[in-house]
Design a binder for this molecule. Structure first.
Ligand code: DAT
Ligand code: MG
Length: 140
């Protein structure tokens, strides 16, 4: 398979606990290259737009308030099968269900404060990368 890119967020619960380096190391150890990375503070409008697919879910308010509560680190990860590989390294959404050795098993605090986001398909990866990065910022 050709190289693929996916979009990742290190979420507020993780940046607050200085886990940016530890989580980035998990990606690199899995063979994913960080081809773009920046620390930003989302506005509420940006968080609502980014998570628009979940706007009718009961946790939408909690999710968007959490995502603006502290800075986040947004990254583009590149590698063979990067979307699926990143989801494997992240683990299940709910840390109680996550496999041993995954980021969420080791670091997530709850189903909401679950340390990382990763794109779930090629279409969403492309949309999410374009939401945060210009082409010039992606250095493979
Ligand atoms: P994932 O982040 O694994 O792709 P998702 O897309 O279903 O999971 O949900 C997006 C985020 O919303 C998830 O990372 C945390 C939050 N979330 C999902 N289900 C939740 C729930 N039942 N209660 C609180 N937050 C939830
Ligand atoms: Mg998702």
């Amino acid at each position: 398979m050709a190289l693929e890119r996916t979009f990742s967020i290190i979420k507020p619960d993780a940046t607050r606990r200085n886990l940016t380096g530890a989580i980035t190391a998990r990606f690199e150890e899995a063979g994913l290259r960080v081809v773009a990375s920046k620390r930003i503070q989302l506005s509420l409008a940006q968080a609502q737009e980014f998570y628009g697919v979940h706007k009718d879910r009961p946790f939408f308010g909690e999710l968007t308030e959490f995502m603006v509560s502290e800075p986040i680190v947004v990254q583009v990860l590149e590698g063979e099968n990067a979307i699926a590989k990143n989801r494997d390294v992240m683990g299940a959404t709910n840390p109680a269900d996550a496999d041993a050795g995954t980021i969420r098993k080791d670091y997530a605090l709850s189903i909401g404060e679950n340390s990382v986001h990763g794109s779930d398909a090629p279409e969403t990866a492309a949309q999410e990368i374009a939401f945060f990065f210009s082409g010039l910022e992606l250095v493979g």
